[in-house]
Design a protein around this ligand. Structure first.
Ligand code: AHR
Length: 490
């Protein structure tokens, strides 16, 4: 099979906001406790952060991490995770029916983020709480005034404000599973008033309004429209969440899910723009795709109630999952004109690329690699390309090109980075590139992620699915069901 990508230097979709390579750490399962925080671990630093996990997070170069939830945030009192640890209350977490010790809270998380070279994206509780607590939280984190909550932060040992820039107004408030579920109208009013007050406390922040929990929610579209009709002037982003799966064990249909993600993004952007037109506004609302991943095997898993840091939602990812994650990262890059933040959910242990053993080893899952390479090399402008590729029809009756690709021009490094997945289950692809405006560009690196077995997984003992450096040849071949990164220097 043959495919072609026509590129021209002058035609760009837009500048990539590096925050599309963000991730997510929730108080759930072993994401925080025994994930990023484990004081007894051999690699732990003086604060209790695992050094081996920190190293991998730094290696990915994660620019932003959403915290502390997720569903967890809708029942959370942020104050419980501040101040002297011995005085912090142990609580029932009614989102996940676990015991929350509160050993880790925003005091520690912002410190972890600094050490991990990342930025905190903080969510406030609009499930059981409201505008006043959000106001207090932002004063605690960001204010320099001589006032109660800013002084409480100082008393707790943090003279300088944390300076958290991006804030989420609740989480999945349309979901019946959510603590404090709301109708669109109820949420819209609460989010608007909370947003207004938060920006009065700190006008420099950016706010994310909660969109639908996923694109299959019956109220998707009406929810976004209602929320934005109220909150348009006070918020900056609308959130999108979606998880994809291969329950039917249908590889071609599974590989088409990144096109579904593309349609979801474009629909959400259209809703934002419809409200913009109705309001005759000059402002554009962008998208924060702040939960996305493959997740289906452990969805709905039940564990014994009221445990501390149980093994929970520890999805084991296989090779085909890595291919789809690679494609979805390309979808985010190709929509960089509207998607400014995105969070791979999640980062450690819970539906995550990084796995740990309590008091033991750290290892990486298959999905770690496309995420690592997209984040490290996908910086710059995404180019508008013309792709010619054979297509197939997915079970859902969509025309899907076998070639999934994105092209990023990193002007600083004078590199043209081409990400490409051959979605074909059985045929290799010869790739022809027309590099208009990059006359001297030459291929200097070809990294491939491939396994004969679509179901191959990595384990603590054995890394089966790992990237390899390919020999540079005159012809670029994308093997059947493979993920590739080609770097052209110019
Ligand atoms: O990421 C796991 C959960 O999925 C989050 O807590 C919630 O927001 C979503 O439903």
């Amino acid at each position: 099979m043959k495919a072609q990508i026509i590129i021209h230097k002058s035609f760009a979709i837009g500048e990539i906001d590096q925050r599309i390579y963000g991730s997510f750490i929730e108080h759930i399962g072993r994401a925080v406790y025994n994930g990023i925080y484990e004081p007894t671990h051999a690699t732990a630093d003086e604060t209790g952060f695992r050094g081996d996990v920190m190293e991998l997070v730094r290696e990915i170069d994660v620019p932003i991490v959403r915290y502390p939830g997720g569903n967890f945030v809708s029942g959370y009192r942020w104050e419980d995770g501040t101040g002297e640890k011995s005085k912090r209350p142990q609580k029932q977490d009614i989102a996940w029916f676990s015991i929350e010790t509160n050993e880790m809270g925003i005091d520690e998380f912002q410190e972890w983020a600094k050490r991990a070279n990342t930025e905190v994206m903080m969510a406030v509780n609009l499930g059981t709480r409201g505008a006043e607590d959000a106001k207090n939280c932002i004063e605690y984190c960001n204010a320099e005034t001589d006032t109660h909550y800013a002084n409480l932060r100082r008393t707790n040992g943090f003279e300088k404000p944390f300076g958290i820039k991006v804030w989420c107004l609740g989480n999945e408030m349309d979901g019946r599973w959510q603590i404090g579920t709301k109708t669109a109208e109820e949420y819209a009013r609460l989010a608007t008033e909370t947003a207004k007050i938060m920006k009065w406390v700190d006008p420099s922040i950016e706010l994310v309004a909660s969109g639908s929990s996923n694109c299959n929610m019956p109220t998707f579209v009406d929810w976004e429209r209602t929320v934005l009709e109220h909150a348009y002037d006070y918020v900056d982003y609308i959130s999108l969440h979606n998880y994809y799966g291969n329950r039917a064990n249908d590889f071609p249909n599974f590989m088409a899910k990144s096109e579904e993600m593309d349609r979801y993004i474009k629909s959400a952007a259209a809703i934002c723009d419809a409200v913009k037109a109705k309001k005759r506004s000059k402002k554009t609302i962008n998208i924060s795709f702040d939960e996305w991943n493959v997740w289906y095997r452990t969805m709905g898993q039940s564990v014994e109630k009221w445990q501390k840091a149980p093994h929970f939602l520890e999805e084991i990812y296989n090779f085909e999952d890595a291919l789809l994650v690679g494609c979805m990262l390309m979808t985010l890059q190709n929509n960089c004109d509207r998607v400014k933040i995105a969070c791979l959910a999640q980062l450690v242990n819970v539906i995550a690329p990084i796995m740990t053993e309590n008091d033991g080893a750290v290892w990486v899952q298959t999905i770690f690699y496309p995420y690592l390479y997209a984040s490290r090399y996908g910086r710059g402008r995404t180019l508008q390309t013309i792709v010619t590729s054979d297509i197939y029809q997915s079970k859902d009756k969509w025309d899907i090109p076998y070639l999934c690709t994105s092209v990023v021009d990193n002007a600083e490094k004078r590199e043209l980075v081409i990400f490409a997945v051959n979605r074909s289950p059985d045929e290799d692809m010869v790739l022809d590139l027309d590099l208009g405006g990059y006359e001297n560009a030459h291929l200097c690196e070809h990294i491939e992620l491939y396994s004969d077995d679509l179901k191959a997984t990595n384990t603590k003992e054995q890394a089966t699915v790992v990237p390899v450096k390919k020999e540079i040849r005159d012809i670029v071949i994308l093997r059947k069901h493979s993920w590739n990164m080609l770097i052209y220097k110019y």
